[in-house]
Design a protein around this ligand. Structure first.
Ligand SMILES: [Zn+2]
Length: 481
């Protein structure tokens, strides 16, 4: 499935090279200005298959990689071997403990009684295993549920609110931290025996989207997301109820996920060690773990493949950065959301383990928004306007502009260093990301190799410029501690 990409098409026309040709480093004089070197890396990245090949083998070999699972650990060990073979230095695995949640087997949700029929659902991360049947109380929005004074004791709360589709993913952020994170606990507080929500989804496929909710120590209630078409079906039943044409809706749900206790997860760390200022580190990466329904191609095998390949292009040119470029394959991103600031995430564990070094770190960023093209970049404040202009000029041929108004935040993992290390962002087009995100449809088939390479080109040029300058970025004002 191809995605229209006018900007990228323009780039490919400009560079006039076959995208899938074998990588062959262009001859580049060491005495070239840094921005010319960065441009050479950028153009070479457009011809490379490294990211796609890595992503293909990772997703094929390991499939789903839930946080704290054997598959996540095996994928981490395999990744470390690959990184060493690709020429990275200091490759190692850093383990950390986390409370592991896992689905135990098939789950079901169905309407019983008057409208009896099966629905498509998946339990939310953190849900309790259990089987409940009860009257459903439906709310059109999360706010309507919060405002409602209705007694839901012994009932199943259903939130039918749909998610807005937007290139920057703003519709997701608005709802993942509210209805999905807090819904189950809030419903339980009011006496409900189950919680159901419309998936955080922007397409009409009959897949339910998994995702984390605030966990409840195994004492919570069964909580599920249903597919968008199933939520629409319940909405029509609600309309019939309001018209006096239908009685109460009854649902039966069986969930199998539960917490398995304290286990371990791990970050895979690999460096291109800086030749002049090795202690000045730029941390980039993506997360290796994934939800259990798909093979974690767009979320987030693509992110680790993109950032790894960006550094690999430098290795292929025998380009050695002055500052250290550190690529981290973060562990345990998914189930830990939305707990945020915890050491049971790859990001939180890394921050704690490396706290004494962070004052020297120069910048952090993450690729964790799929595999589609990058639209814009944002940098932490710097006094060096010429640097920002140089980067803008380098990325412009890729169809990428400077979003000067945005405050960079890094990713869900690297963002654990916000307040300590300045962030920068290379923002991807997320218009179709939430069509697939956290579903069985998150597979390699959704990845467009040309757009993936546009990402690698942007990352390699950006990193080369940042790793070979003396300028220091600053923390955004709101981040200063
Ligand atoms: Zn992700």
């Amino acid at each position: 499935m191809k995605f229209a990409a006018t900007g990228l098409a323009a780039v490919l026309a400009l560079t006039a090279v076959p995208v899938m040709a074998k990588p062959k480093p262009a001859p580049v004089a060491a005495a070239m200005p840094v921005e010319d070197q960065a441009a050479a890396l950028r153009d070479d990245a457009l011809k490379s298959n490294v990211a796609y090949d890595f992503l293909s083998e990772l997703t094929t070999r390991f499939g789903p990689r839930p946080a704290g699972s054997d598959r996540e650990r095996q994928a981490a060990e395999w990744s470390a071997t690959q990184l060493k073979a690709l020429g990275f230095q200091n490759v190692h695995i850093e383990t950390f403990p986390l409370h592991v949640w896992a689905r135990g087997g098939p789950e079901t949700i169905a309407i019983t009684g008057e409208f009896a029929q099966p629905l498509v659902g998946v339990s939310l991360g953190g849900s309790t295993a259990g089987s409940v049947e009860g009257e459903a109380v439906m709310y059109d929005t999360w706010q309507a549920f919060l405002d409602s004074k209705a007694d839901v004791t012994g009932k199943i709360v259903v939130i039918l609110q749909s998610m807005a589709k937007a290139s920057n993913g703003s519709g997701y952020g608005r709802m993942s931290g509210t209805v999905r994170a807090k819904g189950p606990v809030e419903a339980q507080k009011r006496g409900a025996v189950g919680f159901v929500m419309r998936s955080l989804s922007t397409d009409g496929d009959r897949f339910a989207h998994a995702g984390a909710s605030i966990w409840s120590d195994g004492k919570g209630i069964p909580a599920m997301a249903i597919s968008a078409p199933d939520a629409s079906q319940l909405g029509r039943i609600e309309a019939l109820q309001k018209a006096g044409k239908a009685g109460p809706l009854r649902l039966q749900m069986t969930t199998t996920g539960q917490f398995l206790g304290l286990r371990t997860s791990q970050n895979v760390v690999a460096d291109l060690v800086g030749t002049e200022k090795p202690e000045e580190v730029i941390v980039v990466g993506g997360h290796l773990d994934s939800w259990d329904q798909g093979t974690g191609a767009i979320d987030d095998g693509a992110g680790i493949a993109i950032t790894m390949a960006a550094a690999k292009v430098m290795i292929d040119h025998n380009f050695k950065p002055k500052r250290t470029i550190r690529v981290v394959f973060w562990g345990s991103e998914e189930v830990s959301q939305p707990a945020g600031d915890t050491t049971e995430t790859g990001g939180g564990a890394f921050r704690e383990a490396h706290k004494s070094e962070l004052a020297n770190y120069v910048a952090h960023a993450e690729s964790d928004f799929g595999a589609d093209k990058i639209n814009n970049f944002s940098l932490s404040p710097t006094d060096d306007a010429a640097f920002v202009t140089k980067l803008g000029n380098l990325l412009y041929p890729l169809g990428i502009y400077n979003d000067a108004k945005a405050t960079p935040e890094g990713g869900e993992d690297s963002g654990a260093m916000n307040g300590f290390v300045p962030a920068f962002d290379l923002n991807q087009d997320g218009y179709r990301y939430f069509d697939t995100h956290h579903t069985p449809n998150d597979t390699l088939d959704r990845v467009d190799p040309q757009q993936l390479n546009q990402n690698v080109a942007a990352w390699t040029a950006t990193l080369w410029l940042m790793a070979n300058t003396d300028i220091r970025f600053k923390l955004p004002l709101k981040d200063e501690k």
